[in-house]
Design a protein around this ligand. Structure first.
Ligand SMILES: C[S@@+](CC[C@H](N)C(=O)[O-])C[C@H]1O[C@@H](n2cnc3c(N)ncnc32)[C@H](O)[C@@H]1O
Length: 245
């Protein structure tokens, strides 16, 4: 089954509203503060910049930000907020595309490394981050821990969200380390809107190995942007990799 492009103009136009909780100051504040500190006065590159949810407040904090983004529809939404001189964006795949110059920080948030559907592409993404960094620069990822503990033997689907007007369902292909997220949105009538996205989930330890292949060392892993300890119960992590000098 081939899924339609989840990042088309319909999704792009709705993104900021549908994901409004992710724009809340309580979510963005600690994240942007941490990224600004990690940039250490240098330039930042966001892989998969989207509509600028993170890049715009980071730029407003005084960090020069460039983006790489595959979806021109998402870039169009970004361009409704800031121009190309303020936040330049290269259209392309974060596993292969190049942005001019060197950066002190490359970051990839909101689970987006999983949008690369093979291990090979995910490793290429690490190598691409390394190519863009100055010596000692950092690659920072924000990523959920795979939710497999919720999957009893013989079951391949898990409801990950159940809210008024919205159900989120993940269906797993365990053999190939893939998951499809189904987002059902509906009102009081019989119509529902379905958005599906395919992902390759990754364990933190596999991420560390990919990082090592690209010349990085794990500097820190925490459960959130404020630095809470990462434990066996953590649902996601912020992993900071440093390029060997
Ligand atoms: C969940 S959104 C995150 C956007 C933004 N980083 C944020 O945190 O709001 C995922 C974004 O990744 C982009 N994307 C997916 N695969 C990509 C790839 N291979 N290269 C570059 N961008 C990609 C999508 O077009 C979309 O804009």
């Amino acid at each position: 089954m081939t899924l339609s492009d989840p990042w088309d103009s319909e999704t792009a136009k709705a993104y900021d509203k549908l994901d409004a909780a992710m724009f809340a100051p309580a979510v963005l504040g600690p994240m942007v503060d941490r990224l600004a500190a990690l940039a250490g006065g240098g330039r930042a590159l966001e892989f998969a910049i989207g509509t600028g949810r993170v890049a715009i407040p980071l730029h407003e904090k005084g960090v020069p930000v460039t983006g790489i983004e595959l979806s021109t529809a998402m870039i169009d939404e970004l361009r409704g907020k800031v121009d190309d001189a303020t936040i330049p964006v290269i259209v392309g795949d974060m596993a292969t595309a190049s942005a001019p110059g060197r950066f002190s920080l490359v970051y990839l948030v909101y689970n987006t490394i999983t949008n690369l559907l093979s291990q090979r592409e995910q490793v290429a993404c690490f190598r691409n981050a390394a190519r863009h960094l100055e010596a000692g620069g950092r690659f920072v990822l924000e990523l959920g821990v795979p939710d497999l503990r919720k999957l009893p033997p013989g079951q391949t689907a898990v409801v990950f969200a159940d809210q008024p007007g919205y159900i989120g369902l993940d269906t797993y292909d365990l053999l190939n380390q893939r998951v499809v997220s189904h987002h059902f949105r509906f009102g009081d009538d019989r119509q529902a809107n379905l958005l599906r996205s395919a992902h390759r989930y990754v364990w933190p330890t596999e991420l560390d190995l990919m990082a090592e292949l690209a010349g990085f060392e794990l500097e820190e892993r925490s459960a959130d942007w404020a630095g809470a300890p990462f434990t066996a119960e953590s649902g996601s992590h912020v992993s900071i990799y440093r390029l060997a000098r």
